[in-house]
Design a protein around this ligand. Structure first.
Ligand code: FEO
Length: 395
């Protein structure tokens, strides 16, 4: 990992994790990730902004060595999750005079998770500043992106906003700054969908606050740095807006082909009506892709066979995850086939309390779909089209 300069005396000193393929034993990382840490050297004091995942702590130490850093005065901790905080104990071991600067909530979490000694902390309030001599850091509380203690900081003289997880992307790239905008957009959208989407309303408020600031550069703790902040801020504004697109997501599982036949029929009917349809076989789905598509879609169709009167476990997982992610879906429905009996509709309804959706009449049938079942699916397609028209979806 190389040391990279953002501005004079502001360096990126974190690590790129090219090989990591999963985060939190949950989130797929098809393009790896990075743990960005930043070193700011003021005329009087030196601050390290966040650290790296403990698996990469040797790279952080080596980068600091390359820069000839003899003393770190402050370690700024924006977020207590271990991919950013996990190397704080090591930094404190190497730099015993360093203080950890954070908010009171994050302090408690760092004590809980990493046993950082209480006397190592300096706590800051929202809006408080820290002088490094010729550089000044301002701390801005930004809770719930994506934990309750998260905060961001602004380097006034250089107009750099350090946002930690917020506005980041799981994207291992050698570019310090965004090089490939469309690709970065996709990576950032995937990240938003998997991690930030449940906190859409809070994010809206943080974006409004950033709009009032004079920001030249946004430096997150994952993925490339934005030297065109408008690019990522505009993308976020679109994602958090209440608008949905003329898109239907169909997540399905099939055991003997009956539910697949229903999915194929409904998909054709919707495509012929010019809707955008995205179909996911849940036995082979990258949940990150699914989450990304949930950012904009107006409707989700949950297609599952019945296993012992309930949904197939693979469908249950997707339903549970969708409910957790709280996408701005407006409509949902259920289709599927059963062998002798089913309570799938009641069960699915009980699993999606977070989704503010209108449930369109499900089509749950016995056995292989017959003519009348296919006709019911045609009517379902018509109804989805009408529902989309009724809310004036974006195309
Ligand atoms: Fe990148 Fe919430 O940690």
């Amino acid at each position: 990992m190389a040391v990279r300069e953002l501005k004079e005396n502001v360096h990126s000193v974190g690590a790129i994790d090219w090989d990591r393929r999963q985060f939190d034993a949950l989130i797929p990382l098809p393009n790896g990730t990075s743990y960005n840490a930043y070193l700011i050297r003021g005329s009087e004091k030196t601050a390290l902004l966040d650290t790296v995942d403990p698996s990469k702590e040797h790279e952080l130490l080596s980068n600091l060595k390359k820069l000839g850093v003899e003393q770190i005065d402050f370690v700024i901790s924006h977020h207590a999750e271990q991919d950013h905080s996990g190397s704080i104990p090591k930094i404190l071991e190497v730099h015993p005079n360093a203080k950890v600067v954070t908010n009171p909530k994050c302090k408690d979490m760092l004590i809980d998770h990493l046993s950082v000694p209480e006397d190592k902390f300096i706590t800051v309030e929202d809006g408080e500043t820290l002088s490094l001599g010729d550089k000044t850091l301002e701390f801005i509380y930004a809770p719930w992106v994506h934990w309750p203690e998260t905060m961001i900081s602004y380097l006034r003289e250089d107009k750099i906003l350090f946002t930690c997880d917020f506005l980041g992307s799981h994207f291992a790239t050698s570019g310090t700054f965004v090089r490939n905008q469309p690709r970065t957009y996709d990576m950032a959208k995937r990240y938003y969908a998997e991690i930030m989407m449940p906190y859409r309303n809070k994010i809206q408020k943080h974006l409004e606050k950033i709009d009032e600031m004079d920001v030249e550069m946004i430096a997150p703790s994952h993925g490339p740095v934005y030297n065109n902040p408008k690019f990522i801020l505009d993308a976020y504004k679109e994602w958090v807006s209440p608008d949905v697109k003329n898109e239907v997501i169909i997540t399905y599982v099939t055991m003997h082909g009956s539910t697949r036949k229903m999915v194929e029929h409904l998909t054709s009917a919707l495509v012929e009506k010019d809707l955008i349809v995205k179909v996911y076989d849940l036995t082979a789905t990258d949940i990150g892709e699914l989450a990304m598509d949930l950012v904009d879609a107006a409707t989700i169709v949950i297609a599952s066979p019945t296993v012992m009167v309930g949904p197939h476990p693979a469908a249950l997982y997707a339903i549970y995850l969708t409910n957790l992610l709280r996408p701005k879906l407006r409509f949902a429905t259920i289709i599927g086939s059963y062998g002798w009996g089913s309570r799938i509709v009641e069960q699915v309804k009980g699993l999606i309390p977070n989704l503010k959706v209108e449930l369109i009449e499900p089509v749950v049938i016995k056995g292989y779909p017959k003519e009348e079942d296919l006709a019911a699916l045609d009517r379902l397609a018509d109804e989805i089209v009408e529902k989309h028209k009724s809310i004036d979806v974006m195309r």
